[in-house]
Write a protein that binds this ligand. Structure first.
Ligand SMILES: NC(=O)c1ccc[n+]([C@@H]2O[C@H](COP(=O)([O-])OP(=O)(O)OC[C@H]3O[C@@H](n4cnc5c(N)ncnc54)[C@H](OP(=O)(O)O)[C@@H]3O)[C@@H](O)[C@H]2O)c1
Length: 294
């Protein structure tokens, strides 16, 4: 287990993501959530936009469908709610495309709670920075969400370090998570200060697309070759090695597993037990950089 940021909320070392979740029927959705919880993935990450563009016949094209599906699972089995740390996101409205105005966010969180069949979420994240809204206004919305009890903690996704600093100074409550894309094939967060900033403020880094959206298991290259040799040495799959790799840094990194295949979900949970040596981590970093560290 690990803590969510500097809170006293305990979470498993691997999380389960619902980006690809909207197409399931309720019984499949229920099975996947139980499989993830059984594999130690107590933090379930979703977003109001997940499902958008997957249902062209609907007026809203599927906005909210992944939350709705999870909400149906929770309505049928309310005890599951207490077993999970429920995280969602808002701030992409699919047209504008980003809206973090006070009015929009306060309506968005209400709509998410209704779809999810819950009175509160454990974590609410701004999905992408809205360049047109002042950070003072974004902060006011997040402060009010926490103070009204709708949201236990707050975080951001796809923000730069300066954007997080600009928001943080206006917040009365800490950012407990940052959510960048981070994988063995997308190592930018090691270089752009995101991981360092997480250490500075004690936040958890939630790594999205930790298998590069499927490219790590589905393609070959120098990074995958190093992962294969680590996988052989530890008796795990390439994908599990890729999840363990991103846990190997100074910051607290929480990979968000995206597979919707129950066998792969269970296997992904093994990554919580694998701790590569510093040399092994550098082998993957060097394969990505195409040369030895200076
Ligand atoms: N904040 C953001 O902007 C943002 C953006 C994207 C994602 N996210 C979060 O991150 C989570 C994970 O993202 P992701 O779904 O892109 O994760 P990912 O793990 O990088 O990719 C998952 C994809 O890889 C495929 N895959 C996994 N193992 C495989 C294997 N052994 N062989 C072949 N294909 C394999 C999966 O297919 P199967 O289902 O068939 O296994 C799925 O299509 C999302 O659910 C969401 O919570 C956040």
């Amino acid at each position: 287990m690990m803590k969510l940021g500097q809170t006293d909320i305990s979470i498993g070392k691997i999380a389960f993501g619902c980006w690809r979740f909207a197409g399931h029927d309720v019984s499949e959705a229920d099975r996947l959530i139980r499989t993830a919880l059984d594999a130690g993935m107590s933090l379930i990450d979703t977003a109001d936009i997940y499902g958008f563009d997957e249902f062209p016949h609907l007026e809203d094209k599927g906005f909210g469908q992944a939350e709705l599906r999870l909400g149906e699972v929770l309505a049928a089995a309310p005890s599951l709610r207490k077993q999970m740390i429920l995280a969602t996101k808002g701030g992409i409205d699919a047209v504008r495309p980003y809206d973090s105005s006070y009015t929009y966010l306060m309506r968005a969180v209400e709509a998410s709670l209704e779809r999810l069949h819950t009175d509160y979420v454990d974590l609410y994240q701004i999905h992408r920075p809205d360049l047109t809204t002042p950070m003072t206004e974004v902060a006011r919305a997040l402060n009010d969400m926490v103070e009204s009890g709708k949201v236990r903690t707050i975080g951001v996704s796809n923000f730069t370090v300066p954007q997080m600093r600009a928001l943080q100074v206006h917040l009365k409550h800490p950012l407990v998570t940052l959510q960048p894309e981070f994988s063995a094939l997308e190592q930018t967060p090691l270089e752009n200060g995101i991981l360092d900033f997480a250490e500075e403020i004690g936040a958890t880094v939630m790594a999205w697309s930790p298998l590069a959206g499927g490219k790590i298991p589905q393609t070959d290259g120098p990074v995958q070759a190093v992962l294969d040799s680590l996988a052989g040495a530890y008796g795990i799959s390439r994908s599990t090695a890729a999840l363990a790799f991103i846990r190997g840094f100074g910051a607290n990194v929480l990979p968000i597993v995206g597979t919707q295949n129950p066998t792969r979900i269970t296997e992904s949970g093994y990554a919580a037990q694998v701790n590569f040596t510093g040399r092994e981590i550098y082998d993957v970093v060097e394969a990505y950089r195409g040369g030895r560290m200076p």
